[in-house]
Design a binder for this molecule. Structure first.
Ligand SMILES: [Zn+2]
Length: 263
């Protein structure tokens, strides 16, 4: 009986141990399973999983990250080409050793023609003309070099600037010379007309003169503007006056513009 009782107790103890072991195995299995479940859920991108577990996956979506596009340096825009109404060659008479006419006070034709040419260039450039000078400073330029610039630039016009002189110092006023060309004659008339309007100078008219080499050889309508007499006190004083020079420039520019836009 004692054996039986002992044997019965042993059986019970064994059964209890077995039950405990099974519980332990079951618990361990549950722990491992829930571990796997958590691991899978944690690494999953599924929306369902995210909604179930209420977290945002740390794994980034496979879509590539948005990058700030590499901005290539913007090329400097080339300046918008200005509309060009025409190409004008301005020829400041004389230069260098060729002084032109000279007043008793030392005023030299070559200096006055260059200064007025520069002002006329600025004015015409403001009016959107392409302008080239046969000389930009005080040096000698041959007549053939001056004519060549007209050809090289395919110029529409040549405007040569000079100052008159005469033995009779009372003679004064402005005149414009041209050579054997109707267009040059029209150009001369339009320029002189506005020159007289602007300056109020004495109008000595337009004159045909075939003796001036540049007028007969330049490959564009050409004229020679005689802006006054260096030998006349009134003209000379005016030619050295800033306001009067501005009026000369305005008159010539207006005449050129009328000629270019005459059609
Ligand atoms: Zn001259």
């Amino acid at each position: 009986m004692a054996y039986k009782a002992e044997s019965s107790n042993t059986k019970k103890r064994k059964r209890r141990n077995l039950r405990n072991l099974l519980w332990s195995i079951g618990l361990l299995f549950l722990l491992i399973a829930s571990g796997f479940l958590l691991y899978w859920a944690y690494n999953s991108d599924s929306d369902m999983v995210r909604s179930l577990f209420g977290y945002e996956s740390l794994t980034q979506p496979t879509t590539p990250p948005t990058r700030t596009p590499t901005v290539s340096p913007t090329p400097t825009p080339s300046p918008t080409p200005q509309p060009v109404n025409g190409t004008i060659i301005i020829d400041p008479g004389h230069g260098g050793s060729d002084v032109g006419c000279e007043a008793e006070d030392g005023t030299k034709e070559k200096d006055v023609t260059l200064q007025i040419a520069e002002a006329l260039r600025d004015k015409l450039e403001d009016m959107e003309y392409a302008v080239f000078l046969t000389r930009e400073d005080d040096h000698y330029v041959s007549q053939s070099e001056r004519a060549k610039l007209v050809t090289d630039k395919s110029a529409d016009l040549l405007i040569s600037l000079h100052i008159n002189s005469y033995s009779d110092t009372s003679v004064q006023g402005m005149e414009v010379l041209y050579a054997e060309d109707d267009n040059a004659k029209l150009l001369s008339k339009l320029i002189l007309n506005d020159l007289i309007k602007q300056t109020g100078s004495v109008d000595r008219g337009v004159k045909e003169d075939t003796s001036i080499w540049l007028l007969t050889n330049a490959e564009a309508p050409s004229c020679c503007i005689l802006m006054g007499f260096m030998t006349n006190d009134t003209d000379r004083t005016n030619l050295l006056n800033f306001v009067f020079r501005t009026e000369i420039v305005d008159g010539i520019a207006k005449g050129i513009d009328l000629y270019i836009n005459r059609k």
